[in-house]
Each structure stands twice: as C-alpha cells, then as structure tokens.
Design a protein around this ligand. Structure first.
Ligand SMILES: [Zn+2]
Length: 259
C-alpha cells in the first residue's frame, strides 16, 4: 500500500532499525528537522497545544489518500480462501507497513521528545513476559512491539507457512494482540508525529494505511472498541464511524467471535 517513497523491501524492515534510506531521504529528514525544531515536545513528552488542536483532523489533511480503494470490499474474506490464511497474510502485511510508516518518523521519536508512549490522553505501558509493567519511552515501546510481533509472525508454530501445518488454537487471540499493538503505534504516529509526517508528505500513506487497517480489524472483530475509542474522532473522519459508509458497522460480516 505504501509507495516506494523512502521504502525498503519488507525483509529489510527489521526491528528497531529503520530501513536504510537513500541520500535523498536523509536530506528530507534534515530539512524536516530544521522546520520542526520549534515544535519540539515539552519535557513531559506532551506536544504543546496538541490537546487543543489535532492537525490530523483538518479536512485538507484527512482527505489525503494515496489511492481511492474500496477498502470495505477489499477486506472481506475472499471465497475459497481460508480465514486463518487471510488473517495471517493481512496481519503480516500491516505489520510491515506500519513498521515502515513508523520508520519514516523514527528519527523524531526519541526518549527526549516522547518520554512516554502517549496517544491523546492515553498512556501505554509495556508488560514483559512475566506480566511485569515496564516503564518505557515511546521509541522503546515501539521497539518492544515490533520485536514481539516479528517474533510471532516468523514463528512457524503461530504463523505456519509450510504445507500441512495447522494454525494453533490461540491464533485468533494472538492476531488480536498484534492488532492492538499495531494500533498503538499508528495512534502514536498521528498524535505525536503528524507534523513530521505532513512535512514528509506521507500523510496520504498514513491515512490510507489507517483506513485499511481499521476496516480490516472491524470486519473480523480484531480490535476492542474500548481500545480504539482514543482515536474515534479520526476514525469517524476517515472511515465514517462505526455505522458509516466507509465502515463495517453492525451489519458487517464478522467472522471472528469475541473470546
Ligand atoms: Zn514519538
């Protein structure tokens, strides 16, 4: 979905390491840094005035897309395709695209600018394998997300690719977990790095990715509405709200039941 603007092949999009970008991109980054220097976050990690004004909701930016796909139709499970295969393939693709989108602004997401993983008035904490809450900055949180998702999508026991191997019984709940983490990353890009995304002229990519991701998650009940409420205003603008034209809504085909 993302064009090859500053892009790297998916297999090079590795954890915590932004893909290598060309000289042109480096120059763009430097120019963007210069322009945005004045809009650095306050030490508490909150962007000044961001609460009052969400630039990403402005119609001229919200309208921007890289293509006008009928995502609502695109996300529906094609006939003859196994549901788990469809979930696995789409989840992996979203992971790569969201990782790539984040990598375009990762230079601006530092322990200094983003001391916490914040999206609007919500702050996310990472929980380690023993369930212990880990205090971390936004870039550390994103790194934890990308590392753990990479581990899952490349685990043959969870995302089998070889013929004859079955998906585990926990597959759907793991897909939901991945979607929840990826949603946090998308939310953070909008909340804390939309200005940089705008300066790089990648907001059309971001909006397109967001719409596709949200409609896919809606179609298969992959995200808890309580989880996504934090970005409801944007979802309403971009996808037309839960019952809107662009959305799934109550009449949508939901293949994955809540567990
Ligand atoms: Zn950040």
């Amino acid at each position: 979905m993302l064009g090859d603007h500053c892009a790297a092949p998916a297999d090079r999009v590795l954890l915590g390491q932004p893909p290598k970008t060309g000289l042109h991109c480096k120059m763009v980054f430097r120019a963007v840094s210069k322009v945005l220097r004045k809009s650095k976050a306050k030490p508490n990690g909150k962007k000044p005035g961001a609460e009052e004004k969400k630039v990403y909701l402005e119609p001229e930016h919200a309208r921007s897309r890289i293509a006008d796909f009928a995502f609502k139709e695109l996300v529906v499970l094609p006939r003859e395709i196994d549901l788990h295969e469809w979930l696995a393939s789409n989840t992996t693709t979203f992971f790569h695209h969201i990782n790539l989108q984040y990598s375009t602004i990762s230079e601006f997401c530092t322990g200094e600018t983003c001391q916490t993983m914040a999206v609007c008035n919500t702050q996310y904490y990472w929980y380690d394998e023993r369930g212990k809450k880990v205090k971390c900055t936004a870039p550390q949180y994103v790194d934890f997300v990308m590392s753990s998702v990479q581990k899952l999508v490349t685990d043959e026991d969870v995302f089998p690719t070889k013929y004859g191997r079955e998906f585990p019984s926990s597959f759907e709940s793991l897909v939901k977990k991945i979607c929840r983490f990826l949603f946090h990353v998308l939310g953070h890009i909008y909340w804390a790095h939309f200005k940089e995304t705008l300066a790089l002229e990648l907001h059309g990519h971001l909006n397109t990715l967001y719409v596709h991701f949200i409609l896919f998650a809606r179609e298969f009940n992959l995200l808890d509405p309580k989880e996504t409420a934090v970005m409801d205003d944007l979802t309403e603008v971009l996808c037309g709200g839960p019952g809107g034209a662009g959305g799934g809504g109550p009449g949508a085909q939901n293949h994955v039941k809540e567990r």
